[in-house]
Design a binder for this molecule. Sequence first.
Ligand code: NAD
Length: 314
Amino acid sequence: MKKDVILIIGANGQIGSVLTKTLQEKFGVSFVVASDLRKDPNFEGVFEVIDATDFEQIQSVVSKYGVNQIYHLAAILSAKGEQAPLATWDINMKTLFNVLEVARLNNLDKVFYPSSIAVFGDAAAMNNTPQDAFLNPATVYGISKSSGENWAQYYFLRYGLDVRSLRYPGIIGYQSLPGGGTTDYAVDIYHKAVLNEEFTCFLNADCELPMIFMEDAIRATIELMDAPKESIKIRTSYNLAGVSFSPAEVARSIQKIYPDFSIKYEADFRQDIASKWPNSIDDSKAKADWAWKPEYDLETMTRTMIEKLKQQYK
Ligand code: NAD
């Protein structure tokens, strides 16, 4: 049987660095090609520098290794994207089109393309936001992801390309640092707690957002990609939920372990972005179609984050 060869684009990022290790364990180190704009000197495995805005760079790596699946993670995220809207649109769309075209022209077996809760705007119900809510995103990042979802579906319908996608909530992990999103505070807060420092939050105390622990997000990705093709009924992008909480709630969960931990609030432009996003997500379609089930709640996440970060800072 033909061996799967995986290309990860944007492998140095918050998700990519963790997903790469998981895929190396699953497929074997020599069958996973990690790529990003720069090589991390500590990276172990097969690595190629790829700027995904350049079609030829992706094409030549796909040919060189006989790649049959691409995980396309490269993007400019929500908060960072607002600093340069047109450049963000260019990068997010150009990289996606290049991946879709390389996948189509080389008859690749599968593509993974992450979307985001940023596709939702103020027209969607805030609580338990449904899969098929009206999408009127207010950030350039959200606009690029909602367009990207439709392009993913277009390539499936028009060319039969097996593109699969998840609308990730904010991802919280101890393994890596986030890259400029609106939910980044929920990683930073744990670092400050373990370092015994006060945390200044850029969102309001009661700003509830959908989040997911890294382990759950990675498992969801693998389970989606492993699911039989016929069980994937949504070809734009699946709603995915882990746990929802506000800054005040996560601070309280930390104070159960560090009673002296203190938080203050200085909301900035990211509060405006967050205020149009859902509080919680209805992921019943993911549960029904490919048996998705999150494992981490706020308490288990807080305990794990603090244990792991304490080891890292030792
Ligand atoms: P990140 O910013 O940490 O990493 C993105 C990586 O892409 C970086 O290493 C960057 O160097 C690389 N990159 C940027 N431009 C590139 C280009 N032109 N060519 C090649 N590489 C390039 O992002 P992340 O948090 O790991 O997110 C990965 C994906 O998941 C993104 O598509 C993001 O939109 C999506 N997502 C993330 C979250 C989250 O909470 N982290 C939530 C929803 C969706």
